[in-house]
Design a binder for this molecule. Structure first.
Ligand code: FAD
Length: 335
């Protein structure tokens, strides 16, 4: 069924409620509705309902605070319209999808063990893998409520190949279902691409990529995308992991990229006690960056992805301590 949504003082779009939430309907229609994670975690897609009614898919989504709920706020990524609606939300061009997301089925073609808890998943769609390096897709793990966001690790391609680096989260419903319940050859629902932390065009500043844990995936994509450009500036890749057992970034980048002279790769261990022979960098990855990158930090373009505490620490370092302009930082918080 389809419903018409009017944005107060703005555009009108149609949402197909069989599949789409308000957010995804808006993005599919090319509207710049504010959003970040698309899975209920961040609250960036909060809106006010002016007229009509919606159903909420995940009532406890952490993206809304108690105060938001009391004030009647809703999350566009968790709401489906029950009829025609009018909503209040401030849209902006920066949120317009560069590539309209597309829904369909993706077939699992391969799963490769990278570390004890991370695998590379290779999925294939019947349409080209059109995305910008650094974006993510929404997967529907079987038997799991809601969707899960996973960042592409490869580069866009005409062959419909979408590669992901996924960590099995202890007790996590979606990630465990992807590891245990999807066999090679199985198809799962897929929707993408989404996200704004993608590799920017035409910027000459040196690139710094900072990965925290499975934040490796989009950083691989950004690095691969940047180095594929003939005029690419140097890329400094920092891989924040706990122990040597979690390291796979160097192998994933491969000798081809690392040997080209334009990429440096620095693993940083936050729990080095478990790796007594380790002679490399230790500590929190943001602290290491501040120590080793030639200053001022505003001479770089920053991309980073990982768990919320790491994202907060890197943001504080760059924005507050070193006054790096906001337009030069691009990140995904893995909520
Ligand atoms: C933009 C982005 C990119 C990401 N990229 C990667 C990546 O490349 N690799 C990787 O390993 N991880 C990535 N993640 C994290 C990933 O999406 C999952 O959060 C993680 O795999 C844990 O999922 P889980 O289902 O195992 O854990 P769970 O604890 O079961 O669920 C975790 C998340 O699922 C969502 N969720 C939970 N319950 C519901 C519900 N009832 N309805 C709707 N949604 C629900 C919420 O967002 C919650 O935070 C990314 C996250 C984001 C936001």
């Amino acid at each position: 069924m389809e419903h018409t949504i009017k944005i107060e003082g703005g555009a009108t779009f149609v949402v197909s409620t069989d599949e789409d939430t308000l957010l995804r309907g808006a993005l599919r229609a090319g509207i710049g509705m504010p959003h970040e994670c698309s899975v209920g975690g961040c609250g960036a897609c909060r809106f006010d309902l002016v007229e009509g009614d919606t159903e909420t898919l995940w009532a406890e989504a952490p993206g809304l605070s108690e105060r938001d709920r009391k004030r009647g706020k809703r999350l566009a990524c968790q709401c489906r319209p029950l009829g025609d609606c009018t909503i209040r939300v401030r849209c902006a061009d920066e949120y317009k999808p560069a590539i309209p997301p597309r829904r369909g089925l993706a077939r699992l073609e391969g799963r490769r063990q990278l570390t004890a808890d991370m695998c590379e998943f290779s999925l294939r769609t019947e349409w080209p893998a059109e995305f910008l390096a650094g974006q993510y897709a929404l997967l529907y793990p079987p038997g799991t409520e809601g969707t899960r966001a996973y960042s592409m690790a490869n580069r866009p391609n005409a062959d419909g190949l979408w590669q992901f680096v996924i960590r099995r989260v202890p007790g996590g419903r979606g990630s465990n279902a992807l590891f245990d319940q999807v066999a090679i050859g199985d198809e799962i629902p897929f929707d993408g691409p989404y996200g704004h932390a993608y590799l920017r065009d035409g910027i000459e500043r040196e690139i710094v990529c900072i990965a925290g844990g499975s934040g490796l995936a989009p950083m691989l994509s950004v690095t691969r995308g940047a180095l594929a450009r003939p005029d690419a500036p140097p890329v400094h890749f920092f891989d924040g992991v706990r122990t040597t057992a979690d390291l796979c970034g160097e192998a994933m980048l491969g000798a081809g990229l690392l040997g080209g002279g334009r990429l440096s790769y620095t693993p940083v261990l936050s729990a080095p006690g478990a790796s007594p022979d380790w002679r490399g960098a230790t500590g929190f990855v943001h602290e290491h960056i501040e120590r080793v990158l030639p200053h001022p930090l505003e001479r770089y373009e920053f991309y980073f992805a990982g768990p919320p505490p790491m994202i907060d620490a890197v943001q504080t370092l760059l924005l507050h301590q070193h006054q790096v302009p906001y337009q030069q930082i691009h990140f995904d918080r893995f909520v």
